[in-house]
Design a protein around this ligand. Structure first.
Ligand SMILES: [Zn+2]
Ligand SMILES: [Zn+2]
Length: 118
């Protein structure tokens, strides 16, 4: 059901556990939280497209912007708070996407990340 990721590591260089479906990741998080008293939640990994678990404090709530699209034409993620966007940028930087900037969405209530250097 769950396996070790071959692409994604934690800070200590250990492979993350990956789950194919959100529901699997959710039940694993429930289990770990109950047994170990952790506060983990599943997130959709942009790198491997599977699900991993992360402490809730690192979670960055976002939704899809109705107005803005990325360079590849996909809707951009809209972060509810500047703090969430900042946190997301530093998580992505750890995962190998440097030079991300946070800016306020010109059309909606929230924040975007961009890698362009304007
Ligand atoms: Zn991953
Ligand atoms: Zn937007």
């Amino acid at each position: 059901m769950a396996s070790k990721s071959s692409t994604c590591m934690n800070k200590r260089g250990e492979p993350l556990t990956e789950y194919e479906f959100e529901i699997q990741a959710e039940s694993a998080a429930d289990y770990i939280n109950t047994i170990y008293g952790n506060d983990l939640i599943p997130y959709d990994c942009t790198k491997c497209r599977y699900w991993h678990l992360t402490p809730k404090s690192r979670h960055t709530p976002s939704r899809t912007c109705d107005y803005c699209t990325s360079a590849s034409g996909k809707p951009k993620s809209l972060y509810e708070t500047r703090k969430g966007a900042d946190r997301r940028a530093s998580i992505l930087a750890e995962q190998g996407t440097p030079n991300l900037r946070v800016y306020e969405c010109p059309h909606d209530n929230g924040w975007h990340l961009t890698s362009s250097s304007w």
